[in-house]
Design a protein around this ligand. Structure first.
Ligand SMILES: O=C(O)CCC(=O)C(=O)O
Length: 272
């Protein structure tokens, strides 16, 4: 677990890697003590118990059994103070700022993702670019931090990134909700007019964090381990981003109003 400040040379190397590849795997950032509390909060939210009385976005089924499909719970940080503490953790903010040279970093949406261990073909996350989902409402410097709560091993269906794909432009050819990764890969290759395709798995220990650019192509395969893969995707913006003209927050779905600091907490602000 790294709490130490990020040195200038470390920052330069990390930012260069992020610019080149479109993603970066930070050293583990979240203390074990917080992870233990977050796991208890996840169990409560999963069961429909909301500490703040605010439900997550969208219809949540009554859950009394372990999951049999991908669980995606949007904005549970509004429902639970410990989850809010995690997603706005200053260590995530510091690394986010270091990678993007930001003066300010703000959370604008989160997803709790639980991928149960199930055979091939049943639960994957289809190749996509995050911007496909944000482009109607937002523009500018937007990106994602992904925090491993469980041990994300090579066989647990880790996220996989296609390095350099953030230079391919917005392709609008992905689908988070499809498990047909091969068909999506073909569609993305055709649209981007590229045969070359490399995949890098983001294997992370509990508390490990990856960051990816809003145009980086990513997805994940089935969880072939014996335990659920548990994580949070934390969607972030810098001061160099904005709501598109004419967009009203009530029409922006799972995106939180930037002026609502409970829904959109600030996790980094430059001082001095
Ligand atoms: O958890 C995954 O496998 C995919 C998550 C994702 O698409 C994201 O964090 O943007």
């Amino acid at each position: 677990m790294t709490t130490s400040p990020i040195s200038e040379s470390e920052q330069r190397a990390a930012a260069a890697q992020y610019d080149r590849d479109g993603f970066f795997l930070a050293p583990p950032l979240i203390p074990a003590e917080l992870l233990a509390r977050v796991r208890a909060s996840i169990a409560a939210v999963y069961a429909g118990k909301y500490e703040t009385g605010i439900p997550p976005i969208g219809q949540q089924p009554k859950r009394t059994q372990p999951p049999t499909t991908l669980v995606k719970i949007d904005n549970s940080h509004r429902s639970d103070r410990t989850i809010l503490e995690l997603v706005s953790h200053p260590a995530i903010g510091r690394w986010a700022a270091a990678l993007t040279s930001a003066k300010m970093v703000q959370v604008f949406a989160t997803q709790l993702l639980i991928k149960p261990p199930l055979p091939e073909g049943q639960v994957s996350v289809g190749w996509h670019q995050d911007m496909e989902y944000w482009e109607p409402s937002l523009e500018g410097n937007l990106f994602t931090a992904w925090v491993a709560i469980s041990d994300v091993t090579a066989d647990s269906g880790p996220m996989r990134f296609v390095p350099g794909s953030h230079h391919w432009g917005l392709l609008n050819s992905g689908d988070f909700f499809s498990s047909n990764l091969d068909a999506l890969k073909k569609r993305i290759q055709e649209k981007s007019d590229r045969d070359a395709w490399q995949e890098v798995p983001a294997v992370l220990p509990p508390g490990g964090v990856s960051f990816h650019h809003n145009l980086t192509v990513h997805g994940s395969g089935p969880n072939l381990s014996t335990t659920p893969r548990v994580s949070f995707a934390i969607h972030l913006r810098t001061e160099n981003s904005r709501v598109r003209e004419g967009v009203k927050w009530q029409d922006a779905g799972f995106l939180n109003d930037f002026t609502d600091l409970q829904g959109s907490p600030i996790c980094y602000r430059e001082t001095g």
